[in-house]
Design a protein around this ligand. Structure first.
Ligand SMILES: [Fe+2]
Length: 236
């Protein structure tokens, strides 16, 4: 890794930790590569934050805004930067979520966006987010706005199983996306065909299609969710 120590590398790279969120996960041969890595000692910047795109991705004219959702009670700051949210051996269906972050104003991909995800385990529980960060993690979008994570598939859960045992939340990933100059987006990613889609918070426009795939003799599921951020208004 470069010609300096790992410590120096992290200290001199403003996005040092964030970078591990992207580079720590290589799941499939067709995964999106990062585009350029500067090896100059003078500018230790790994993600090129400019609009230069070399992989043929152009402006997308038909961007649709993402329906926001509330944070809910289980968000915790400080989730680790990583591309795999669940621990090795976490019970559940392995799920790969990927997509691209877009700017609604320019219709182009947005690099360097912090994406903060959290979701329940198959016991309908969130990790506490202080000593236990299972199923929580942050990533940074790549030069082409791409992100990809591996976790387990969230299941529907009862927020209040004793007081309101009949009330189910539909399955969801929570997500907050943060980028300078853009309005923070807080939302939920839902699943098409969810058995609990009678949840009043279920939004079909936020629901991803789930595909089943095989890798290394294992079956896993995957889905794609694109994030669209709106420019921060001048009054703020
Ligand atoms: Fe939730």
């Amino acid at each position: 890794m470069f010609d300096s120590t790992r410590r120096n590398f992290l200290q001199q790279t403003s996005i040092g930790l964030a970078t591990f969120g992207i580079s720590g996960l290589v799941l499939r041969s067709e995964a999106q590569p990062t585009q350029e890595v500067s090896r100059n000692r003078s500018d230790r910047i790994l993600i090129q934050m400019g609009p230069v795109l070399k992989d043929g991705i152009t402006a997308k004219s038909d961007l649709r805004k993402v329906t926001p959702q509330p944070y809910g009670p289980f968000y915790r700051t400080g989730a680790p930067f990583r591309g795999k949210l669940s621990l090795p051996g976490e019970p559940g269906t392995t799920f790969v979520l990927s997509g691209r972050v877009w700017a609604y104003d320019t219709k182009r991909p947005l690099p360097g966006v912090v994406l903060d995800f959290w979701h329940v385990d198959i016991a309908e529980k969130y990790s506490n987010g202080t000593t236990d960060f299972r199923n929580r993690g942050r990533l940074v979008s790549s030069e082409t706005g791409f992100y990809e994570l591996e976790s387990i598939r969230p299941i529907p859960y009862r927020p209040n199983p004793t007081g309101a045992p009949e009330f189910w939340r539909c399955a969801h990933f929570h997500l907050v996306a943060i980028s300078p100059g853009y309005e923070p987006l807080v939302t939920e990613i839902h699943f098409q065909g969810d058995p609990k889609k009678n949840d009043p918070m279920y939004r079909p426009e936020n629901a991803i299609v789930v595909e089943e795939q095989n890798a290394n003799g294992r079956v896993f599921q995957r889905g794609v969710f694109d994030v669209v951020l709106e420019r921060e208004s001048d009054s703020k």
